[in-house]
Design a protein. Structure first.
Length: 655
């Protein structure tokens, strides 16, 4: 491979609104370039200045970056701080009565909590954890629904110096057991259940099942938050109700001061080998990046109401729910439910009711809402919005345009943020007062983020060509290691192919003549068709640009002549077609892709389904689609699929 070919041709450009740019935290391209130049000329000095200005240190650091054990970089390591102190205590004198969290439950009931109230609840729960004997350095597993209590649990762990590992509430008992064992956890914080889409879904039974599988003997306590009131198996004295634990506890808890490199959390992400990878993040560098990206990318203001729709089980919910918004003193929404319950207007109604000004969601949610009712947002007052965000995967240009025009009324910049669990926070993203936007591009790296596109030998590729996305210098919020497996960390992210010099993101990308980055999908999602390397995202974008198509996923399968054949899985805005109708639509779409991109990208097969197979977090299960395309037996667990019947639909190819 030399380069990956970019076949997406997007020419629309949207300048920052003048009024927003005039008030922005980073005002205009000149201010952005000045920050970039400062980082270029004195990298350590740049990050050191920002860390001193934005983070409250108990003991100031004297060394910014230690590269002596690369790639195990250390940032601000002789400094000490507490992340919970940086999120809560700092606001007690300046804005104790400001609303910190607006919680909307699945049933629509609303609870508001101020910074002072949140501080006291975190302190009470932290004192409860201390009473159980949990201390600095212990690992605590959190398995909670979206709730104020989930944030309290994370903040309380940070307050006492315990390292938390949050497991998404949709994961199975087996996933819990694996993570408990790998992290060496001493306690689990969970709930009896959760509400989603009007249904009560049990959680505590999965914890009990994980214990029954064995290997969880290190767990001394299970704290159970009563959410649904359903009967649960209670294993006293190991199990303790949340309310009983905090009853009578002092509402002040002195923070445990920890070194900057102290592990704040471990978050497990799927690995190509099947064994989850425990991504370990630090305290000092992580909270710095959370603060900076809230200010730079989200342009946060004291009057904003910020809503990130992610679950706390994902890194987005860590950085942009549990930590970032609180560290900058914002008012934020925490939402328990799903976007389509009781109807597909739920998100828009919430934006209207809570006067949300910054809305951050995933392309998957955007596309599903287009399918569920593309004109629905027009029925609500969304005039409070001033900024939109996208996260999780590249957003195809047509979904971007709908988001911009229908949801944002054509007046709200979209920050299309590229980052990963491993990066800790945004890396490449527009700045709302700076960057002219191109639909589908995450645009330019943040100041201090040295992103580049290289070929297989690590050499920079010229503009207009695609290749492998890398980060050339360490940054404060980066992954520190894979928990308990430093060799896997090096092999995964600092491979010998590049002499261990660069962080390998695992994504293919193209950089256009303006220097804008376009993410083309995972490197393993690049197709080699007759010697042409094509990014799957670009073919997907072409398909979704057709007015018939709601969603599409593209994979490759072996082909005797072309190397790989393009297989497209398509969800239409209307009913799933069959017979002659399916053949006609498939021909239409094949010709459409040929016209949009070129004959080389035409799908060899198109398969129609009512939905695409997704994880509970909304990520398309591409490994499953590859197996379907190749006609292989499905061996992986599909119990978490919303609709397992679609697998049968997607086996049917329309030639």
């Amino acid at each position: 491979m030399t380069t990956i070919e970019s076949v997406l041709n997007e020419t629309r450009v949207f300048d920052p609104p003048a009024e927003l740019a005039a008030q922005a935290n980073v005002k205009g391209m000149e201010a952005y370039r000045k920050l970039c130049a400062e980082a270029e000329s004195d990298y350590a000095g740049f990050w050191g200045r920002l860390a001193r200005e934005h983070v409250l240190w108990h003991k100031p650091f004297t060394q910014v970056l230690d590269e002596s054990q690369a790639p195990f970089f250390k940032w601000f390591q002789d400094g000490s701080l507490n992340v919970s102190y940086n999120c809560l205590d700092r606001h007690l004198k300046t804005q104790p009565d400001k609303v910190a969290i607006i919680f909307e439950a699945d049933d629509g009931s609303v609870t508001k909590i101020t910074y002072k109230q949140l501080y006291h609840r975190v302190c009470q729960f932290a004192n409860g954890l201390k009473k159980l004997g949990i201390k600095k350095g212990d690992r605590v597993l959190i398995y909670m629904p979206m709730s104020i209590e989930a944030v309290v649990a994370m903040q309380a762990c940070a307050r006492i110096g315990a390292t938390h590992s949050v497991v998404f509430g949709g994961f199975s008992a087996k996933s819990l057991q694996e993570r408990i064992i790998d992290a060496g956890a001493v306690a689990v914080i969970c709930a009896d259940g959760q509400y989603r889409g009007g249904k009560a879904i049990p959680l505590k039974p999965a914890v009990d099942e994980a214990f029954a599988m064995g290997g969880c003997d290190g767990i001394k306590h299970v704290v159970v938050y009563r959410r649904t009131g359903d009967d649960v198996h209670f294993h006293a004295p190991r199990d303790v109700w949340w309310d009983d634990l905090v009853r009578g506890m002092p509402d002040v808890c002195e923070p445990e001061w920890v070194e900057a490199e102290h592990p704040l959390f471990i978050l497990y992400t799927s690995g190509s080998t099947g064994k989850p990878k425990g991504v370990q993040h630090s305290s000092g560098g992580y909270i710095l990046h959370a603060i900076l990206t809230m200010q730079w990318a989200f342009d946060i203001k004291p009057t904003d109401v910020f809503w990130c729709t992610a679950d706390v089980g994902w890194v987005t919910g860590h950085t942009y729910i549990a930590y970032g918004p609180l560290a900058v003193g914002a008012t934020e929404i925490v939402f328990e439910g799903v976007p389509t319950y009781p109807d597909a207007g739920r998100f828009w109604k919430m934006i209207q009711n809570h006067k949300v000004s910054i809305f951050y969601t995933a392309p998957t949610a955007i596309r599903s809402l287009i399918k569920a009712g593309g004109d629905l947002p027009k029925q609500y007052d969304l005039s409070s919005l001033r900024l939109l965000g996208s996260v999780g995967e590249p957003i195809n240009p047509e979904a971007w345009m709908w988001y911009h025009t229908v949801v944002g009324g054509g007046r709200c910049p979209i920050v299309d943020t590229w980052w990963q669990t491993e990066t800790g926070g945004h890396m490449i993203t527009p700045l709302p007062g700076v960057t002219p936007l191109k639909p589908g591009s995450c645009t330019l790296p943040l100041p201090g983020i040295m992103a580049a596109i290289v070929d297989e030998t690590g050499q920079d590729v010229e503009k207009g060509k695609g290749g492998i996305l890398v980060i050339k210098k360490p940054w404060p919020s980066m992954i520190r290691t894979i928990w308990g497996d430093p060799e896997r960390f090096k092999k995964s992210y600092y491979p010998e192919d590049f002499q261990g010099r660069y962080y390998l993101a695992g994504d293919g990308a193209n950089r256009d003549m303006d220097g804008y980055f376009w993410i083309m999908g995972r490197i393993d999602d690049v197709l080699n068709v007759s010697g042409h390397r094509l990014g799957t995202m670009e073919i997907e974008s072409a398909l979704v640009a057709n007015s018939l198509v709601a969603e599409a996923a593209v994979v490759g399968k072996p082909h005797d002549i072309k190397g790989e054949a393009v297989v497209a899985f398509v969800v239409l805005k209307g009913a799933r077609p069959e017979g002659v109708a399916a053949q006609e639509i498939a021909t239409t779409l094949r010709n459409w892709v040929g016209q949009e991109i070129g004959p080389i990208a035409k799908p060899d097969e198109i398969r129609f389904g009512d939905n695409l197979p997704k994880t509970r977090s909304g990520k398309i299960m591409r490994r499953l689609l590859r197996a379907l395309a190749k006609g292989e037996e499905i061996t992986q667990d599909v119990s978490t699929l919303e609709n397992p019947a679609i697998l049968q639909q997607l086996k049917q190819a329309v030639k």
